[in-house]
Design a protein around this ligand. Structure first.
Ligand SMILES: Nc1ncnc2c1ncn2[C@@H]1O[C@H](COP(=O)(O)OP(=O)(O)OP(=O)(O)O)[C@@H](O)[C@H]1O
Length: 499
């Protein structure tokens, strides 16, 4: 990087589907423009349950009024059901999951609840670990018995598998069928149980129309193709209400993109979002490839010719902090476009995904763990704030096993589509002609709140595509029901007996 490097861091471093019969034992073994003001950071904000009555009531927590369908999921989880939560981008799956984790911790005790996601970025958002790291089966391919041996030879992994009563898996669209089947098999073996998943209460969330697993296009690909998929859940729930967007035109357009079949009206709306000239640099550009993201961010930083401040993350804990969105080494300068990667104060819109510009660097009032100087960011909302180091934790069975301290910012002239999965953005630009693979256009476009914030280039309707297997899966999902009350009661008794 051409700019002078200044090290400020102390480098110490809706539709419900329910199985009509009860969850059964499973024994398959086949391997198959406002006045700026300075705000001070606040600690936030996973919706937490401080009063068990809130859980019972289940309708309002921390100012969130749960939709009926979200409340129904909460009721299912509370009564011990294993649930698959799905729905369009922005239908509140992650927010609900954050709340569900608290519910599960009350039901089973925090030590027996394990929170995971298919990617580090998604895991970070729910204070969990990656599914691979939880499972301790490595990345290499192996037959199931070898995988079970790997777990049994690893003391802490065996303890984890034996202890787990509730397992949360977020962004399941990126978990492949073989992995899902393998984990189910391991659960039964390690827990010496012939119940599906060894009796673990499973809460799985994701939208299969979004990014798919990286796996061969042949044979089984998606987790829902796993032999044990249907047997794994008491209810499969599709959330229908969209919270991220409010414009009915955009909601309809995104629904069409999701299913890979925008109509002529949708395509016309998209064409109107196409720009003839480059958008201004405050608009976040989304790229399918990380090389483009790095190139654009580096070029923009260099062009500013400002002194660069570097913040090296401080890591701790018994387990290494697995890479997520939090930078190992953050390099920023005055004028840099940045994005918050943590909720600091949602009421003031200082939340994950908020963008702004670095206005300068100021001496920290108190000793900062990351250096003397801290960045002052002028957010696009008009708020200015000195950004202090934040801490991310990986919690395993109620215990913090790894943590990282870092300034909660990343460069934001450009972002990858993979990293932005789960985010909400006010403005974005993307070149549709560069998209590859299923779900990519949908994930990119569904980040934006409004049509006014969307700008496109390289319009190409052929890039809008949904996987036929996914389309089929959701068609089937439409026509099912919730657990009946007596079934739910039985299930609750079963879970309590297990506890
Ligand atoms: N009941 C609710 N009331 C108000 N806002 C909500 C509610 N549920 C979710 N939201 C808001 O909707 C937005 C999208 O929610 P969330 O990120 O959980 O959706 P998602 O389904 O996980 O999306 P994606 O699939 O894109 O990750 C967030 O800003 C969230 O705070």
């Amino acid at each position: 990087m051409g700019a002078k490097l200044f090290t400020a861091a102390v480098t110490a471093v809706g539709a419900f589907r329910t199985r009509s019969s009860r969850r059964r034992s499973f024994s398959s073994s086949t391997n198959t423009g406002r006045k700026p003001r300075i705000a001070s950071p606040k600690k936030l904000t996973t919706p937490s349950i401080s009063n068990p009555k809130d859980v019972e009531k289940g309708d309002t927590v921390d100012g969130i009024e749960w939709a009926d369908e979200q409340n129904q999921v909460l009721a299912q989880v509370r009564c011990g059901s294993s649930v698959f939560i799905t729905g369009s981008a922005g239908s509140g799956k992650t927010l609900l999951l954050q709340h569900i984790i608290g519910v599960l911790e009350q039901v089973h005790g925090p030590q027996k609840v394990f929170v995971t996601a298919s990617t580090g970025v998604a895991a970070c958002a729910i204070r969990g670990q990656t599914l691979h790291s939880f499972a301790a089966i490595g990345f290499g391919k192996a037959d199931r018995d070898t995988l079970v041996d790997r777990v049994l030879l690893n003391k802490s992994a065996t303890k984890r598998w034996k202890k787990v009563k509730a397992l949360v898996i977020d962004e399941v669209s990126m978990v492949d069928a073989e992995m899902f089947e393998n984990l189910e098999f391991i659960a039964r073996q390690v827990k010496s149980s012939n119940k599906v998943w060894g009796g673990i209460q499973l809460v799985v969330s994701g939208d299969f129309f979004q990014l798919p697993p990286i796996t061969s296009q042949y044979g089984k690909q998606f987790a829902f193709e796993a032999d044990c998929w249907d047997a794994s859940f008491d209810a499969q729930v599709e959330l229908k209400k969209i919270f991220r967007q409010s414009d009915p035109r955009l909601i309809k357009l995104l629904d069409g993109m999701r299913k890979g079949k925008g109509d002529s009206e949708d395509l016309e709306v998209l064409k109107q979002s196409c720009l003839l000239s480059e958008p201004d640099s405050s608009v976040v550009r989304l790229y399918p490839r990380i090389e483009d993201v790095k190139r654009v961010n580096n070029e923009r930083m260099e062009s500013l010719g400002e002194q660069v401040f570097m913040y090296k993350a401080i890591d701790g804990g018994i387990d290494g902090f697995k890479r997520g969105i939090v930078a190992d080494q953050l390099e920023i300068c005055r004028g840099a476009r940045v994005m918050l990667i943590k909720n600091l104060d949602t009421k003031s819109q200082l939340c994950n995904g908020a963008t702004g510009t670095v206005a300068g660097f100021f001496l920290a009032k108190q000793n900062s763990s990351l250096g003397e100087y801290l960045p002052l960011v002028r957010f696009d909302s008009g708020i200015q704030m000195i950004i202090e180091p934040e801490r991310w934790e990986i919690v395993e069975g109620g215990k913090v096993v790894a943590w990282r301290e870092q300034i909660p910012l990343i460069l934001a002239w450009a972002l990858s589509v993979h990293k932005c999965q789960g985010m909400t953005l006010d403005t974005l630009h993307t070149d549709l002609s560069r998209a590859f693979g299923y779900g990519m256009v949908y994930v990119a476009l569904s980040r934006v709140r409004s049509l006014e914030g969307l700008s496109l280039s390289g319009f190409n309707p052929f890039k809008i595509k949904a996987h036929p297997k996914v389309v089929h899966f959701y068609e089937q999902l439409g026509s099912h029901k919730l657990l009946k009350d007596d079934e739910a009661d039985d299930r609750m008794k079963e879970v309590c007996a297990d506890c």
